[in-house]
Design a protein around this ligand. Structure first.
Ligand code: GLN
Length: 262
């Protein structure tokens, strides 16, 4: 029983503790008796996508995105094949932007993306910064609940109808009409501060502007990623409860503290 997590460009894409997402995934697997192999790969390092169960790309500044985009593009075909085959991917902010068609910086420079997802990003003249609260998109909420092994677990998951995190970006991302967001913005800016949408979901690919890190604050999404990876590898479609009382209290505390600005 083993899952392989690839952490791509950990030296370049690791804003606001993004690597905590990899630590959270690994801990939650190990607590369930699932062994984890974490592989870190940066510029020029070999990546075996056929061995990967979960791929993680964190956030970074425009400068770091420019440094690594050529290297990432050279892996584009393998990554795309993996995604079409159900590979689980979590991408944050700068990493999320790179999956799209392009990212246009404040200076008007276009950094080409991988073009795997039908979305594009244009830097605005104001940084979008602060705490974010999202209401989960209904299909995603259903997938979260489907992950849990028993109704007791579902009951505690019912309380987690939201995502919380922290955003800091100038890029405004616009999704093509065939893509669904992760949810609706209750507080903060989300994808672009205009359409009240945050993040993207395509197959088993998740993109979000939420740093923070994202998964320790949103354990239900960590479990969904593990379940999807586990299902693809071993055909097991649920995960067991870990007793997330502290995590749920922490998540709810952020909601009571920051509420809604809508
Ligand atoms: N450079 C991008 C932006 O400012 C991404 C920033 C980030 O990853 N936090 O939009």
């Amino acid at each position: 029983m083993k899952l392989t997590i690839y952490h791509l460009y950990p030296d370049l894409l690791d804003l606001y503790g993004d690597r905590g997402n990899v630590l959270a995934l690994a801990a939650r697997c190990r607590w369930r008796g699932i062994e984890v192999d974490i592989r870190r790969a940066s510029l020029g390092d070999p990546i075996d996508f056929s061995a990967a169960d979960i791929v993680f790309l964190g956030g970074g500044s425009d400068r770091e995105q420019s440094i690594l985009v050529e290297d990432l593009s050279s892996r584009g075909t393998d990554l795309r094949d993996g995604i079409e085959d159900g590979l689980v991917l979590l991408t944050i902010c700068g990493g999320y932007q790179l999956l799209g068609q392009y990212y246009q910086t404040g200076e008007g420079k276009k950094i080409p993306g991988l073009g795997i997802l039908d979305l594009y990003t244009v830097a605005g003249n104001k940084r979008l910064i602060g705490n974010v609260i999202i209401e989960l998109e209904p299909e995603l909420k259903k997938n979260v609940l489907d992950s849990y092994a028993s109704s007791v677990e579902e009951e505690s998951a019912q309380k987690l109808n939201t995502l919380v995190g922290f955003e800091n970006h100038s890029g405004k991302t616009y999704l093509g009409s065939n893509l669904r967001p992760l949810g609706k913005v209750l507080r903060g800016y989300g994808n672009n501060g205009e359409d009240d949408e945050e993040g993207v979901r395509y197959k088993n690919v998740f993109g979000t502007y939420l740093h923070g890190p994202f998964l320790p604050k949103n354990p239900h999404i960590a479990d969904l990623l593990i379940r999807l990876a586990w299902e693809r590898r071993e055909n097991v479609s649920t995960v067991s409860l870990l007793g997330d009382n502290m995590e749920i209290v922490a998540h709810q505390a952020i909601i009571s503290r920051f509420g809604s600005n809508r």
